[in-house]
Design a protein around this ligand. Structure first.
Ligand code: HEC
Ligand code: HEC
Ligand code: HEC
Ligand code: HEC
Length: 335
């Protein structure tokens, strides 16, 4: 549609009709009124035309993107519940911080950018399996154009262009997540980068899933599942407007995932806690084998909610389990 020239054409016709009105007023006043009405209508139509942006045929560009300030909704990092983040520990434990900083635990979940991406993104076109994905970089922002897996297979391909916001992994592979455009919901890029082989493979070839003849959408998976083991104190709560608010104390597996929330420990060592208080930080090596294996097993194993109440709690407020709890004894669920 040549919508750009339409307003100009309409303005020309409106001007012509207005001249007609002025001329007619002298000879036939009734006809002049009709012409005035016509001029008004053309003017209104021209205005509403101007409101319609020109779409790029076939590609739907996400709306919250403004030219100057890029507004992208994604899960956010927010402290609270006694969590203070690894940067606060660095001050007194520089060695522990350095060795953790170099670990795969830290780079498990990262804000995706040209700097953190292990895969090449600049002007790359990937065709693997049923997928055809075009990757671009603008400044630090990564972009992908691909088929919209959220529309029914019969309606595909509908191409969408989305900003990549988070990445999962850095060790064997790296997954990428884009902002779905609704609240903080993420959708998975349908291709995954194998770091050692330096090549892309279809995402559905990386995790064991029920067989399907069509590529399926993973919209919301990060928010409802991955967040619990791939970040520290992750949680997802519904918002009043029907979306979700996904938060993590820290992206990646940081100190407090294994040592428990650190606020009270810092207060203790700054002499800010009550006189008879003991240091509440957890050192897994001081726990029994039974309990210390759970510190790691909470993620390196499978934990399923036993009751609906427990499931709901985990979803809203994050896992109730903290290092030092006994996950096999329901007692820890009461807190
Ligand atoms: C104000 C300084 C300070 C800060 C900040 C701090 N710690 Fe400590 N931490 C100490 C001191 C002092 C000790 C006891 C001596 C030692 O082991 O170095 C300690 C000990 C520890 C221990 C061993 C406890 C034991 O019983 O063996 C762990 C684990 C620990 N800290 C984790 C953390 C974590 C995680 C953070 C960040 C959330 C943190 N610390 C922040 C001062 C601090
Ligand atoms: C119950 C905890 C748990 C959940 C939930 C979970 N993961 Fe993981 N994931 C792990 C652990 C533990 C590892 C490391 C395994 C290892 O290296 O031996 C891992 C490893 C990975 C890796 C490999 C990373 C790398 O650097 O090579 C990817 C990719 C991954 N997970 C994706 C996901 C996605 C996507 C989801 C959500 C759909 C998810 N995981 C949900 C615990 C979990
Ligand atoms: C994946 C789990 C994990 C993460 C993440 C982790 N630690 Fe530890 N940490 C342990 C375990 C297990 C021990 C006990 C075994 C040991 O000493 O190596 C320990 C021991 C410690 C100790 C006491 C022994 C020592 O080396 O002084 C301190 C202090 C500590 N960690 C601080 C930190 C800080 C600070 C961070 C983040 C910057 C961190 N840890 C991240 C698991 C973890
Ligand atoms: C909050 C969840 C979580 C906790 C707690 C956790 N891990 Fe992990 N761990 C992960 C995830 C996710 C990965 C995958 C990171 C990667 O490989 O990129 C991982 C990776 C690892 C790896 C690298 C695996 C490989 O293939 O080389 C080791 C080793 C490891 N964890 C040991 C531990 C130990 C030991 C503990 C307990 C002291 C622990 N983890 C606690 C989630 C966790």
């Amino acid at each position: 549609m040549e919508s750009v020239s339409s307003p100009e054409a309409a303005a020309f016709v409106t001007a012509l009709l207005l001249f007609l009105v002025i001329g007619l007023r002298w000879i036939r006043p009734k006809a002049a009124d009709v012409a005035l009405l016509a001029a008004g209508s053309v003017y209104i139509v021209a205005l509403s035309w101007r409101e319609i942006p020109e779409p790029d045929p076939g590609i739907e560009v996400q709306t919250p993107v403004r030219e100057r300030s890029l507004v992208i909704r994604r899960p956010r990092q927010r402290l609270g519940d006694g969590y203070v983040s690894s940067s606060r520990c660095a001050e007194c434990h520089p060695q522990n911080h350095a060795s953790w900083h170099a670990s795969y635990h830290r780079t498990m979940t990262q804000l995706a950018s040209a700097q953190t991406a292990l895969a090449p993104f600049d002007g790359v076109e990937v065709r693997v399996g049923d997928q055809h994905v075009e990757l671009e970089v603008e400044g630090q922002q990564l972009w992908a154009t691909m088929d919209d897996l959220d529309v029914p297979p019969v309606a595909r391909p509908v191409r969408i262009k989305r900003p990549i916001v988070l990445s999962t992994g850095s060790h064997h592979m790296q997954n990428y997540w884009y902002a779905a455009g609704q609240s903080r919901i993420l959708e998975q890029l349908p291709i995954v980068y194998l770091t050692e082989d330096q090549r892309w493979i279809p995402a559905d070839a990386t995790l064991l899933t029920p067989p399907s003849t069509e590529p399926v959408s993973n919209t919301g998976k990060w928010n409802e599942s991955c967040v619990y083991c791939h970040s520290t104190h992750g949680r997802t709560a519904p918002t009043e407007t029907g979306g979700v608010d996904t938060q993590a104390a820290e992206f990646g597996i940081s100190c407090e995932a294994c040592h428990g929330p650190g606020e009270a420990h810092i207060d203790f060592h700054r002499g800010q806690s009550a006189g008879d208080a003991s240091d509440p930080i957890v050192n897994p090596s001081s726990l029994s084998n039974h309990l210390s294996s759970q510190v790691c097993g909470a993620c390196h194993g499978f934990t399923a909610a036993l009751t609906f109440e427990e499931y709901q709690h985990d979803l809203l407020d994050g896992y109730r389990y903290r290092p030092v709890d006994d996950i096999t004894k329901p007692g820890w669920l009461k807190a």
